[in-house]
Design a protein around this ligand. Structure first.
Ligand code: NAP
Length: 311
């Protein structure tokens, strides 16, 4: 039975970086990828704050560059599939995948599974997914060319996607539950410049989705004025944050109150031999560049851990 030096779970920027660093250090690595390498960047139109690309780079282009880089990386094997469980301890973790049909063993684990779009939890939200309700403007925005759509959320994702949609659709209603936005000023300034296309509804929550076969309109409730309004909207793009993907991990791995993995600055979780990197970590800044940085740190620390294990 082969015991790999490390299993890296998730092939976004954190996982790809960790695998690349460990492979180049001579460690045997299994890099699990569920779909195409790239993670959330594949759902991002463009990155304007990634150093080296002053004119910006499309999300899929950066993902392609990452995928090309890992393709021939030494000592890295890349099975496809979802990891269902991890058990054992440092030196011999058992990693079960493919619905329980495959078993692998590794001395260390680096968790880079990121997070998935949070749902609003509204009645009819699940029923209308693919019928107007979407979590990806880049994937679905084009279906609503010149139509009226809505975006909910107040973070960078909601602002960025509102700006993207405003270039395609007729009108965007941006709905945020507070007065202040979490997203950065540069995006708010850009939104101000296109107020003919974007109507901002502050202090407002969505109370109802209307439409039988397809979304037709949404009801919003203003928390300050207590007023209800119906807005026409053929699509609703939901950007209210992310939930971590940790279901496959033992309960003993420490999470923060939102379910993200707690690590120290060296990416160590509370379980010896299990590291975490990227958006899955409990942290303030979730960016491609910080994910890649986490991946490099996790790889370096896993390498030192392996040396101590072998000593
Ligand atoms: P986020 O920063 O967590 O923001 C989520 C937004 O959704 C918040 O405004 C929050 O409102 C709102 N919200 C949460 N639950 C809600 C609910 N049940 N109903 C209504 N509104 C709700 O998430 P994100 O915008 O997806 O960003 C995630 C991370 O990626 C952040 O670290 C962000 O900076 C980063 N990111 C960066 C870029 C970039 O730099 N270009 C682009 C995209 C994302 P409150 O504000 O009231 O809490």
């Amino acid at each position: 039975m082969k015991i790999y030096d490390a299993v890296v779970i998730g092939a976004g920027p954190a996982g790809i970086t960790a695998a690349l660093y460990l492979g180049r250090s001579g460690c045997s690595v299994l890099l699990f990828e569920q779909l195409t390498p790239g993670g959330q960047i594949l759902l991002t139109e463009a990155l304007e704050n990634y150093p080296g690309y002053p004119a910006g780079i499309k999300g899929y282009e950066l993902a392609d560059l990452f995928a090309d880089h890992i393709k021939d990386a030494p000592n890295v094997e890349r099975p496809r599939g979802e990891v269902c469980s991890i058990s054992g301890s440092a030196g011999d973790f058992k990693i079960v995948s493919a619905g329980g049909e495959q078993e692998h063993h590794a001395k260390t684990v680096i968790v880079c599974t990121g997070s998935k779009h949070r749902h609003l939890g509204l009645e009819d939200e699940e029923r209308l997914i693919g019928r107007g309700v979407s979590y990806c403007a880049l994937c679905d925005g084009n279906f609503y060319r010149n139509k009226t759509v809505a975006v909910v959320g107040g973070g960078n994702s909601a602002l960025e996607e509102t700006l993207y949609l405003a270039r395609i659709v007729g009108k965007v209603h941006l709905i945020h539950r507070r007065d202040e936005f979490r997203g950065v000023k540069i995006y708010l300034d850009r939104l101000e410049a296109i107020r003919d296309k974007v109507e901002i509804h502050r202090n407002s929550v969505i109370s109802r989705l209307n439409g039988k076969e397809h979304l037709e309109s949404i009801n919003i409730h203003n928390l300050k004025t207590d007023k209800d309004t119906t807005l026409p909207a053929e699509a609703l793009f939901i950007y209210v944050g992310f939930d971590p993907e940790t279901a496959f991990l033992p309960a003993e791995v420490k999470r923060d109150p939102n379910g993200f993995l707690v690590t120290d600055t060296e990416m160590r979780t509370n379980i010896p031999g299990i590291f975490a990197a990227g958006d899955i970590r409990s942290k303030l800044c979730r960016q491609v560049i910080t994910a890649a940085g986490d991946g490099a740190t996790a790889a370096q620390c896993a390498f030192v851990f392996l040396e101590q294990l072998h000593a």
